[in-house]
Design a protein around this ligand. Structure first.
Ligand SMILES: [Zn+2]
Ligand SMILES: [Zn+2]
Length: 363
């Protein structure tokens, strides 16, 4: 079967590999599409320390080929049978570590999370495997989520990243006090997949949102999809922002500021955009990308609340599905499909990070 492998020599390759699926309990999935995530790109660029051959991919969905006899299949939104389309919540907790024991609702805290495309190893070949392959075995402990068959090809790879956006917004809103006589406001730094869908979710919550991104195509897309205002970094100086708040937001800076770029300097800059008592959410620096110089005085005097968020929770898939329903008739706004033979182009387009579209490999 076909698989796109990130090899030991740090090169991507499209190979035919043996199809030796294990005889354990679980399901066999024929992968339809697998999305290329920012995390995958960081790995390809040498961050994170994965060694050996890796089949990347944690944002995939497919059609169920086989349910091994006696498997307890766990699907979040109904029962499944052979032929159904499902995506997989790519990480699962160990249920044994101290975090799992004491904070069971925070599934992303688990010390031994198994994640497809990051640390799930095939027992026979010892290869780390994920969704960038034609057929994948999903052990029964993983949660499935049923995907509407009527959705356009590739759209469902976004269920995972949109769940991350949903969870990020929910976590941020927990820290915002009730306000009176006006709508909540937010600034998002970075309008890639994550920033874009944070904006979509905020808009659904009635929040007024502005986005900041250097790429015009990303800014235009955000505008077309309901973000109130967009700016480049050149336009959005601190002085300009003050004026903007005065004219549009009753003179008060944003209740929430999201750093979804993944650059330390942007985080330091973003602190200046929150109102007194406002929340600054760091969600972009999932992998280490350096340090930033920040002013403790600013945090103290303005009583800033600084919060981080990483990964999604299984609960957020339901809201992610609702959000993606909006894009069923305009999926080209959010995804771009490539045949598996065009994998180099798919990764190149993802690496260029200009469009902000999710690049999918189609199997
Ligand atoms: Zn991802
Ligand atoms: Zn655990």
């Amino acid at each position: 079967m076909r698989a796109v492998i990130f090899s030991d020599e740090k090169k991507l390759d499209n190979l035919d590999i043996d199809n030796n699926l294990p005889d354990e309990k679980g399901i066999v999935l024929s992968v339809i599409a697998s999305g290329i995530c920012g995390t995958d790109l960081h790995i390809i660029e040498g961050e994170g320390n994965l060694c050996g051959n890796v089949i990347l991919g944690h944002e995939f969905y497919g059609s169920i080929d086989k349910i091994e006899a006696g498997s307890k299949v766990q699907c979040l939104n109904g029962n499944v049978e052979v032929g159904d389309f499902v995506t997989v919540v790519p990480g699962i907790i160990c249920n044994e570590c101290t975090y799992c024991n004491s904070l069971p609702l925070n599934e992303n805290y688990c010390l031994n999370r198994s994640v497809f495309g990051l640390n799930m190893r095939d027992a026979k070949s010892n290869i780390v495997y994920g969704g960038n392959m034609e057929q994948i075995f999903i052990p029964e402990k993983f949660y499935l989520y049923k995907v509407p068959k009527s959705w356009p090809l590739g759209l469902a790879t976004l269920l995972e990243p949109v769940s991350v956006a949903v969870k990020t917004v929910k976590r941020t809103l927990k820290y915002v006090e009730n306000i009176k006589n006006r709508s909540l406001t937010a600034v998002i730094f970075g309008l890639g997949t994550l920033g874009f869908f944070i904006g979509t979710k905020l808009r659904k919550c009635g929040v007024k949102v502005i986005g900041i991104d250097p790429e015009k195509s990303r800014r235009d897309r955000a505008l077309r999809n309901g973000i109130e205002d967009v700016f480049s970094y050149e336009e959005m100086t601190e002085e300009f922002y003050k004026k903007y708040c005065k004219n549009s937001w009753n003179g008060i800076e944003a209740d929430m500021v999201f750093e979804a770029v993944g650059k330390p300097d942007v985080f330091a800059y973003a602190l200046h955009f929150a109102r007194k008592g406002g929340v600054v959410m760091e969600v972009g620096n999932f992998l280490f990308s350096g340090n930033a110089e920040i002013s403790p005085n600013l945090i103290c005097n303005r009583e800033l609340i600084i919060v981080g968020s990483v990964l999604a929770d299984a609960n957020s898939y339901f809201e992610a599905e609702e959000i993606l329903e909006e894009f069923v008739d305009k999926s080209s706004e959010v995804i771009c499909n490539y045949e598996v033979d065009e994998y180099e182009q798919a990764f190149r387009s993802a690496l260029s990070r200009t469009e902000g579209l999710k690049s999918n490999l189609i199997f």
